[in-house]
Ligand binder design. Structure first.
Ligand code: ARG
Length: 661
């Protein structure tokens, strides 16, 4: 309603613009996107850059359009008269009284200004989905953490959200463990700690398979390397023209790079070869069984065909793998509404393929059953020549099950970008099956890199286990908690137990935040030092800002519940107060941006800017020592609102806060 304060200021400005733009164009929405917070704060709070493109489309002068819009626009209750700058930028400066009124309205609002959605949708999120029985590694954290943040945010705005962890519990890894169990089991170890023994068996069989693959590949790569080296030696260096010399230099550099790459690849393969050759038992075994990968596939095939012994083993192993997985989820503070893994769909695959063939949606090609698409070159194989079903078949069955069970408006798949072809095919197939109204989104993300810019590995070349990652982050956080005195000068020393608990919250928070603060589509470089830095866009900085505010309250003996009930007034006299107040009011805008394209980094970016404004405010505006009690109260309320937004924002990211650190 006009005159009162609104929850999302940017949205409110758009509401005022919409009818005016509708008079000028048939597509007001795309122009409304050009209304946004100002880049340059000196120009005001929001700016509209829509007059220029609009003028172009209408073949009129931009300034004229801007003037026409401003003349028709009624924002007097919110902002000072808009200013037109340059060729036709429209700048808005919000009225202080308006900001103050809006902030006061937040005091009693548990949603901190974020309005619930008007149309509640049913949304399924498919995330985390590790292949169990293999140790979880650093790659899994991205899907898990990003998916969880999207889940929480969609819930917060009021959607009906269902998380379904589509775990890989039916794949070759079980063939590997069954194979290992048959031939390498250490019974005592299995009795004592089945999970650890199964993990050992998995690694052992992996080693054997890698070994046999390496032996073959080494021969091939050595040949390639030799050829390249000869080619390099053959590039002569006695050219006469400068151009020819330059060409040769380039050629030489290219060759050297290729050689370097080949050498590195070879080195890794030789490491894998040595790992088995150095172990007499394994070495003998590998020599006596020339194709272990094939044998493992056979075990998997038997499992899928319903072989009783293999099924019995699978049933015995699965709970151990799930325990392991759930322990990590508990530590990460993550839970799922459903965990319907691949095995859940097994019985549905055969009939589904039959049906698709019958309906003419799939057909045979070279012995396999495939779905062909008009606009995607690669067909999707849903049954192999040998009768085996694939990942894609399971995903189709899963999609159908979800449609039939929950009739969702949208399904989001938070999965590695490398699977984008798979999801394009899956979505196209879904349309062909008649699911044409549901919104299907592949929320894809990039790779986690080590500080050397390569996929994150341990020094031995293994992928880094998730558990050890958490441990290390917590260990480093503990050091910080012990070293940092700034946010805990009040009250007694922290006990050892408190320190440990805080370290867990800070370490895990840092890890999650580091991932979430990256643009999800780009690769990101994993660095403990950066993620646990006390300044900059880190979870630690955010938690610290929160703890600092709690410390102000503790020092001043302030009871926040009483404080909030006083209902203001809030005054924004100092520029730092105003900047902070305005930022607090942007929380709903940040949430909206996150949900537009499922990007939690929109929220971390916002929180960072909020924490920065708070810092400036804290440096320039005494709170407990304010000039008078009214100013003190107003500032305390700003502190409280800041803390609440930080806590709520972090909660949406799945990160906890602590009062002292
Ligand atoms: N288990 C799969 C993997 O590790 C991810 C599954 C993602 N979800 C899905 N419905 N395909 O690659």
């Amino acid at each position: 309603a006009k005159g009162s304060c609104t929850m999302n200021i940017l949205e409110e400005l758009r509401v005022r613009f919409r009818p005016i733009l509708a008079q000028l164009t048939s597509d007001p929405e795309s122009y409304l996107k050009l209304l946004r917070p100002t880049q340059d704060e000196r120009l005001g709070d929001y700016q509209a850059d829509l007059a220029m493109p609009l003028a172009k489309a209408l073949r009129r002068k931009p300034r004229e359009i801007a003037e026409e819009i401003v003349a028709a626009l009624d924002v007097a209750d919110m902002a000072h008269p808009p200013e037109i700058a340059g060729p036709g930028f429209i700048n808005f400066r919000l009225r202080d009284e308006y900001l103050e009124k809006c902030l006061q309205a937040l005091l009693e609002d548990p949603r901190l200004g974020v309005p619930p959605v008007e149309k509640v949708e049913t949304i399924i999120i498919d995330y985390s989905a590790p292949n169990v029985a293999k140790p979880m590694h650093v790659g899994h954290i991205r899907s898990t953490v990003i998916g969880d943040a999207i889940y929480r945010t969609l819930r917060f705005v009021g959607h009906r959200v269902i998380s379904d962890n589509h775990i890989g519990d039916w794949g070759t890894q079980f063939g590997m463990i069954i194979y290992g169990y048959r031939h390498f089991l250490d019974e005592d170890a299995y009795k004592k700690n089945p999970t650890a023994e199964l993990a050992r068996l998995y690694r052992l069989v992996r080693q054997l398979i890698d070994y046999q693959e390496a032996v073959q590949k080494i021969a091939e790569l050595e040949g390639r390397l030799q050829a390249k080296e000869q080619e390099l030696a053959g590039v002569s260096s006695n050219q006469t023209s400068a151009a020819a010399t330059k060409m040769e230099d380039k050629k030489r550099r290219e060759l050297q790079e290729e050689i370097e790459e080949l050498r590195e690849e070879l080195e890794e393969l030789r490491r894998k070869r040595a790992a088995v050759e150095d172990n007499p038992t394994l070495y003998e075994w590998a020599k006596a069984h020339p194709n272990i990968e094939q044998d493992v596939l056979q075990e998997t095939a038997k499992l899928h065909a319903g072989d009783e012994e293999n099924l019995r083993l699978w049933r015995e192993f699965l709970p151990h793998s799930l325990d392991e997985m759930n322990r990590i989820y508990r530590r990460l503070g993550i839970r799922f509404d459903y965990t319907l893994g691949e095995s859940f769909y097994h019985d549905r695959l055969g009939p589904l393929v039959e049906e698709l063939v019958q309906k003419g949606l799939a057909r045979e090609s070279e012995g396999a059953i495939c779905i062909f698409f008009p606009d995607i070159d690669t067909p999707m194989i849903i049954r192999k020549q040998d009768g085996a079903f694939l990942y894609a078949t399971t995903d189709l069955a899963t999609l159908r099950y979800r449609m039939e069970t929950w009739n969702p408006d949208a399904i989001l798949y938070v999965v590695d970008f490398r699977q984008s072809l798979h999801f394009r095919q899956l979505f196209a197939a879904a349309r062909m099956m008649g699911y044409d109204r549901v919104k299907l989104v592949h929320v894809s993300f990039g790779t986690v890199l080590g500080e050397d810019g390569r996929p994150f590995k341990t020094r031995e070349g293994d992928v880094v286990g998730l558990e050890s990652l958490l441990d290390e982050a917590v260990r480093r956080a503990y050091q910080i908690v012990c070293a940092n005195d700034d946010a805990k000068p009040t009250g007694p020393e922290l006990s050892e137990e408190e320190r440990r608990r805080i370290a867990e919250v800070v370490g895990i928070g840092a890890l999650k935040y580091a991932d979430l603060s990256q643009n999800r589509t780009s690769d990101y470089v994993f660095s403990y030092d950066k993620m646990l830095a006390m300044t900059g866009n880190t979870g630690t900085y955010m938690q610290y800002a929160y703890a600092r505010i709690q410390n102000i309250f503790a020092k001043g003996g302030v009871d926040v519940t009483t404080l909030r009930k006083l209902d203001g007034p809030i005054h924004l006299k100092h520029p730092a107060e105003r900047a902070l107040g305005r930022e607090i009011l942007r929380f709903p805008e940040a949430i909206q941006l996150v949900l537009e394209d499922y990007r939690p980094n929109q929220l971390t970016g916002y929180l960072f800017s909020l924490a920065n404004r708070f810092s400036t405010f804290y440096e320039s505006c005494p709170v407990l020592q304010a000039a008078d009690s009214e100013e003190r109260q107003s500032r305390l309320l700003l502190c409280d609102l800041t803390a609440r937004v930080i806590r709520q924002g972090l909660e949406l990211l799945g990160i906890e806060v602590v009062n002292r650190m």
